[in-house]
Write a protein that binds this ligand. Structure first.
Ligand code: 6PG
Length: 231
């Protein structure tokens, strides 16, 4: 079971940005690369903006951005997680295109998921890894306990081999692209970013590992899980 660290803070944006940049500096110092998966939704947007505002001369060429999930929409769609990251981080911080691996939400979901998996596999193979290992995966917490696009009762929860899948979410009547638990649980570090609007009872039940909630099934075998929870 992973080591879990919990920080409750009124300085959510500053503390979350500091944590992420600390992990980046450590990874670059140790391995000359920082592999981070961004989460979507609303909570991370001000954290990304804060990172962009304080990293004028950051070595973005040493960072590889992936996405833990994506809506099946074009990259310019306001619903797109890529669009949110581009607006709040990539453009203001002048992150080079080659540092960004976008999930192609605009094409057939099954093909997009296969392509993303192949991209991750190619990089992993180049590093002699059996599966791509993220230094840090950012995750949010949905009101139903979902994380990434691993929603309760959906097929992707049971995926044990594919790293990225297309997942139909009946509640949204929409397809999503998402990391699966095998990929998530292979990360060195997980950071859950949880805003003050989230139900404290839900947070507690997930922290108690109530398996009915997908977020409670995040348990990196050789990694750490940090929760930064806004008070
Ligand atoms: C997404 C996210 C999703 C999100 C939670 C919380 O694509 O929506 O990846 O898992 O993190 O739904 O969303 P909020 O931050 O908007 O509350």
């Amino acid at each position: 079971m992973a080591i879990v660290k919990i920080t409750r803070t009124k300085d959510f944006v500053v503390d979350a940005a500091a944590f992420i940049l600390e992990q980046a500096r450590k990874a670059i110092a140790e391995r000359n690369e920082f592999r981070i998966a961004l989460s979507g939704g609303h909570t991370p947007a001000p954290v990304y903006a804060h990172i962009a505002s304080g990293t004028r001369d950051f070595r973005w060429e040493s960072v590889r951005f992936t996405f833990g999930d994506e809506r099946c929409v074009p990259p310019d769609d306001p619903q797109s997680n890529f669009s949110m990251a581009r607006e709040n981080l990539f453009v203001p911080a002048a992150v080079p295109q080659k540092s960004i691996m976008r999930m192609r939400g605009e094409i057939d979901p099954q093909i997009a998921a296969q392509q993303y998996t192949q991209q991750l596999d190619a990089i992993a193979a180049g590093r002699g890894e059996s599966i791509y290992q993220h230094d840090l995966i950012l995750l949010g917490l949905g009101d139903d306990g979902h994380t990434a696009s691993l929603f309760p009762g959906t097929a992707a929860l049971e995926e044990t081999s594919c790293q990225v899948v297309a997942n139909f979410v009946p509640r949204l009547n929409a397809w999503r692209l998402t990391f699966t638990f095998p990929l998530i649980n292979h990360a060195r570090q997980i950071l859950f970013l949880v805003g003050a609007s989230k139900d404290p009872q839900l947070i507690e039940r997930v922290l108690e590992r109530d398996q009915q909630f997908p977020a409670a099934r995040v348990d990196p075998s050789a990694g750490e899980v940090t929760w930064i929870i806004e008070e």
